[in-house]
Design a protein around this ligand. Structure first.
Ligand SMILES: [Zn+2]
Length: 107
């Protein structure tokens, strides 16, 4: 069964790919595919090519040499993004929102 491909945003607003417990940032575009690179720096150069529209994995990711999948880190990341999204759409006071963002980061 193919694992879900998900996207989120980095702190700076760049697209991030979430796949198989790893996070990737966009590296380059190649003809009809887009190559994403693991966002864990310091020796890991694992990449995964996706189709141009990001809907499918062209080739399974290359090996992550010095770290393993970290679903907890991704969950925390997505949690922060969800709260941020909520902040845009809800009428809750800003102070409540920044408090829950802080809590999510601390967890
Ligand atoms: Zn990696």
């Amino acid at each position: 069964m193919a694992e879900e491909i998900r996207f989120t945003k980095s702190e700076r607003g760049f697209d991030k790919l979430i796949y198989l417990g790893y996070m990737y940032t966009r590296l380059r575009r190649n003809k009809n595919r887009v190559v994403w690179r693991c966002d864990m720096r310091g020796g890991c150069n694992a990449t995964v090519p996706l189709s141009e529209d990001g809907s499918s994995v062209v080739k399974e990711p290359s090996e992550h040499k010095n770290h393993s999948a970290d679903r907890g880190r991704i969950k925390a990341k997505e949690c922060v993004e969800n709260i941020k999204a909520r902040a845009w759409t809800s009428r809750e006071p800003k102070s409540v929102m920044s408090y829950s963002v802080m809590q999510a980061k601390l967890r």
